[in-house]
Design a protein around this ligand. Structure first.
Ligand SMILES: [Zn+2]
Length: 444
């Protein structure tokens, strides 16, 4: 009996009752195990470019990688399709599911495609062409957008840095009720596991980040460094709703994988995820709504940058930037609209160099010790209190003491993207595909 390696990618599987791609994947794992699948990897949960507007739900794409008897390979997609139809029950206008299958080694073209989908917009037409050219068996519903995530999830094999997420699911019949995740139990877990876990709580607001808010079957998801860490950590969590099933995913969350491209400001395009470097050209200012705006240039162009109000202390850092500071920014590009030009939404900030240029101020009257006013162009300064005039007086330099420090700054965990590399993971890399899986990594 010979076995064939199969990679089954899927994306955008929602249902009117509030399904989600990872939940569907957990059902499919059970089904394919019965068909004889031998698992080569944990299900991979792949987050794509977070700036793409229609991916607002953060609904990650998933790939299942397994070996199966040659004779069963042709049964995989029809069986998945059957389960998909049952899962979706009826047409749902906002969902565009896609599933794609490849066998053997992952085609090289998909590796490049997956890289692109992390930081650019990828047209559906490109995904369709790729599927046709490589003759990949696939299922597509709606406008075909699901193919993009399905292909990307196959192409991103997480060979370099990766993390894990344990996801607990409730019954799909009970998705309208409160999950009731106990906040204290989450903070106790966080204390106990320390830097083995990440991005599960927001300490400054004492908010938990493991519980989603939509009507989906996820009760909670715990992010961590190894499968055993997240499985053990889940034992500590108490919730009013019962777990119906759970599964561990290997993922690119927390890796910063979307920010691998340094882009010149003149090459910036809408929806890009990019790293830009430049010099601040205007002192930052706070606009209506509490957002902070400043401009930078790298010589090729000038760009408007924005730090949004909900990002708390991070916003305070941005308000202290001034003309001449050198910065490197992690950005998501928002296209121009009627209200504003093209804007770089700052999601990470590194201060490379702080300017120590002194501030120029008017000289002080030697009699009143108050600042004088200009007496007109090249006429020196005069005191409006006592009438003292000094035609030779020049502006004086006041040295500036900066409150900022050179270094890297991030928004608080509650405002970070799934893909953001958090402080807890700053010097951490988990490399390579796991050799073998832990004994129990899902439970129906
Ligand atoms: Zn005076």
């Amino acid at each position: 009996m010979t076995l064939t390696a199969v990679h089954l990618g899927m994306d955008d599987i929602d249902s009117p009752r509030g399904g989600c791609t990872t939940h569907f994947a957990s059902l499919l794992v059970e089904d394919l195990t019965q068909l004889g699948a031998r698992w080569l990897d944990y299900p991979n949960l792949i987050r794509l470019n977070p700036n793409i507007p229609y991916r607002t739900r953060g609904n990650g794409a998933v790939t299942l990688r397994f070996e199966i008897k040659d004779s069963a390979v042709d049964k995989v997609l029809p069986r998945s399709n059957l389960l998909l139809k049952e899962y979706l029950k009826e047409d749902y206008p906002n969902t565009n599911p896609g599933m794609v299958i490849t066998t053997g080694d992952v085609p090289v073209d998909l590796l490049g495609f997956a890289k692109l989908a992390l930081w650019r917009t990828v047209p559906v037409a490109l995904a369709r062409r790729l599927v046709a050219r490589l003759a990949l068996p696939h299922i597509v519903v709606g406008n075909g957008r699901g193919l993009i995530g399905a292909l990307s999830a196959i192409g991103n094999q997480l060979r370099q840095d990766h993390t894990y997420e344990y996801i607990a699911y409730r019954s799909i019949e009970l998705t309208s009720r409160a999950r009731g995740v106990d906040v204290d139990s989450v903070f106790r877990m966080n204390q106990k596991f320390g830097n083995r876990l990440f991005s599960n709580v927001d300490v400054s607001t004492r908010k938990i980040l493991i519980e989603p808010h939509g009507p989906d079957p996820v009760i909670y998801g715990i992010r961590g460094e190894t499968p055993l860490d997240v499985i053990k950590a889940a034992d500590s969590i108490q919730s009013s709703q019962d777990k119906e099933r759970w599964m561990v995913f290997r993922t690119n969350q927390g890796t910063g994988e979307h920010l691998r491209h340094r882009v010149r400001l003149s090459d910036i395009r809408p929806y890009m995820a990019a790293v830009v470097e430049g010099e601040v050209t205007t002192k930052s200012k706070i606009i209506e709504g509490g957002h902070v705006i400043f401009r930078i240039t790298d010589g090729s162009a000038i760009a408007e940058c924005a730090v949004y109000e909900p990002t708390g202390d991070f916003r305070e850092i941005a308000t202290m930037l001034t003309e001449g500071d050198k910065v490197s920014l992690d950005v998501g590009v928002r296209p121009a609209s009627r209200m504003h030009g093209l804007t770089l939404n700052v999601e990470g900030l590194e201060i490379l160099q702080l300017t120590d240029k002194p501030i120029l101020a008017n000289p002080i009257c030697p009699h009143c010790l108050k600042r004088m006013k200009s007496a007109g162009k090249e006429k020196g300064f005069k005191c409006i209190r006592c009438g003292f005039k000094d035609p030779q007086a020049k502006k004086i330099e006041i040295p500036v003491e900066r409150q900022l420090k050179v270094g890297r700054y991030l928004p608080p965990p509650r405002a970070q993207r799934h893909l953001t590399r958090p402080k807890d993971r700053m010097n951490r890399m988990n490399n390579g595909i796991p050799n073998n899986l832990v004994g129990k990594w899902y439970e129906p």
